[in-house]
Design a protein around this ligand. Structure first.
Ligand code: NAG
Ligand code: NAG
Ligand code: NAG
Ligand code: NAG
Ligand code: NAG
Ligand code: NAG
Length: 457
């Protein structure tokens, strides 16, 4: 009887061990000897793509062209380049048929292909199933497929590049030739900052380990958990600023990683005088495709703005792109926000729409693809303010927060981004939402555009 008992115990133990090991099957890979204790924390640069025919005065001081930023970044690569992008379309145009506009995309594609010959490992995580470009790259790179359909019924919408676990790019530009020519993009490149890069690498490892899985494991290796969270942000040597990496949606946040929407709360709530927001889309709705489609109202982003404007007297400016995919309800939500300040003193909320010619083609010509928020003490980059993006699509956001307010310091990344926002806000392309007549007109035009594109599809 004792024997049987011991045998049963042993069996239980074995099963337990097997269970534990089967769930702890997510290991991050090697981190190149850089550890939390000896990673470095230097220097951040603003990069922008401004299409040639947009008339926006650019001051050299604040502006590094995006393509130059990408090339400088890839020049630094000695060991590894890790890329996450929702779109892969650098190379899909013939130079013959397309004018020089597509050339930057092809150059970047060639650079990526050539990394292997320089002994640099290229790793790509993507949720795209049938991208011809990724198939071409697969011969020169390791490509891991993340089945976002199975995991959240969303897409992998994060967009960032990590080079040698030291340098990072994060911003609105995708691996898309449009990003390097026709679309207006904004992002940051961070050089020599292995602390932040290591944290981004952990997000990447997380995606990497989801390769062809159809469930999200419940236990994670330390190698994918967050290094810096909301409450213990990374101290950067950037004039007393700190930085944090956030991810969404919630199910894709391993231990200690703070959700993207909390980043927005934190940044909005710590703003004292102003909040400038530039996004491609603003829509507090969640659209789920699961046994039919259901749309629900998703209040968090709307709520924080209302609170800041009405209760704390913070000045808010919202610059939204007006393009063929602008959801008609955007105007209603924007008008609703605007009307908050009616007959209130010390209340300022302005909304403008950025539009350039007819953007009703595939090229997204002149589309303001920016996604950021800048306040008197923080920068938050890279999320559209759309409920679905927070609820089902995977995204990554970066917050750079200054200890003191802007006016106490010299030229910082916040000032550069603020200058870029003010340039766009005052440009001829930013049109305010005036009176109901104009609004109706725009709305009708938009409806036509929508009908037009729907019939085209
Ligand atoms: C960081 O520390 C690890 C061991 O603690 C060491 O192997 C590595 O070379 C160090 N890296 C740098 C850049 O100093
Ligand atoms: C992704 O997961 C879904 C649902 O589990 C499955 O139907 C689909 O075939 C998977 N896609 C790929 C490319 O494996
Ligand atoms: C990064 O740091 C190294 C050594 O500190 C320096 O040589 C290099 O120029 C820096 N790179 C950039 C892009 O700032
Ligand atoms: C900046 O603020 C953080 C906490 O918000 C604090 O820990 C840190 O000491 C401050 N740094 C400087 C240089 O004031
Ligand atoms: C609102 O009032 C506060 C002081 O109560 C002031 O600092 C702030 O500038 C005012 N905001 C606006 C938008 O007038
Ligand atoms: C820090 O502030 C000084 C002036 O106060 C400025 O010259 C310098 O460029 C700033 N550094 C960074 C990295 O922003």
């Amino acid at each position: 009887q004792k024997c049987i008992a011991i045998f049963a115990l042993l069996c239980c133990f074995a099963v337990l061990v097997a269970l534990i090991f089967s769930s702890v099957d997510i290991w991050g890979d090697d981190e190149d000897g850089i550890t939390e204790d000896n990673c470095s924390r230097d220097c951040i640069v603003l990069v922008e793509n401004i299409p040639d025919d947009l008339f926006l005065p650019v001051t050299g001081r604040t502006h590094l062209p995006l393509s130059a930023g990408f090339h400088t970044l890839l020049d630094q690569a000695k060991h590894s380049v890790e890329v996450v992008s929702p779109v892969w379309d650098l190379n899909s145009w013939d130079l013959e048929t397309m004018p020089s506009t597509a050339k930057q995309g092809q150059l970047l594609f060639q650079r990526l292909l050539n990394l292997k010959s320089r002994g640099v490992k290229l790793k790509i995580a993507s949720s795209l199933t049938n991208s011809a470009e990724l198939k071409t790259l697969a011969a020169h790179a390791e490509v891991h497929f993340v089945n976002m359909t199975a995991l959240t019924r969303g897409g992998l919408h994060s967009s960032f590049i990590i080079v040698d676990r030291k340098h990072i790019y994060i911003g609105s530009a995708d691996m898309d030739w449009r990003s390097l020519s026709k679309r207006k993009e904004l992002g940051v490149v961070v050089y020599n900052c292995s602390c932040l890069a290591l944290d981004f690498h952990r997000v990447f490892s997380f995606y990497w380990q989801l390769h062809e899985r159809d469930y999200i494991p419940s236990i994670w290796s330390k190698r994918v958990t967050a290094l810096y969270g909301k409450n213990d942000a990374l101290e950067l040597q950037l004039n007393a600023s700190h930085a944090t990496v956030y991810t969404s949606p919630e199910v894709l946040c391993p231990k200690d990683r703070t959700r993207d929407v909390e980043a927005i709360y934190q940044v909005v709530q710590s703003a004292k005088t102003f909040i400038f927001i530039s996004v491609t889309d603003y829509l507090p709705l969640v659209n789920r495709r699961f046994r039919g489609t259901s749309v629900t109202y998703w209040s968090p982003i709307d709520e924080v703005i209302r609170e800041a404007v009405v209760l704390r007297g913070v000045r808010v400016r919202l610059l939204i792109s007006f393009w063929k995919k602008t959801h008609p309800l955007t105007f209603n939500f924007a008008t609703s926000l605007k009307s908050l300040c009616m007959q209130l003193h010390n209340c300022s909320l302005e909304v403008r729409f950025f539009s350039h010619r007819e953007q009703n083609d595939d090229i997204q010509h002149g589309l303001n693809h920016n996604k950021y928020m800048v306040t008197d003490n923080a920068l938050y980059i890279n999320h559209d303010w759309v409920g679905s993006d927070f609820a089902v699509n995977a995204g990554v956001g970066l917050v750079v927060q200054m200890n003191n307010s802007l006016k106490d310091r010299g030229a910082t990344i916040l000032e550069h981004v603020k200058a870029a926002f003010e340039r766009d806000w005052r440009s001829r392309y930013a049109k305010s939402l005036q009176g109901s007549k104009d609004h109706q007109g725009k709305y009708r035009n938009l409806q036509q555009v929508k009908i037009h594109t729907e019939t085209k599809e």
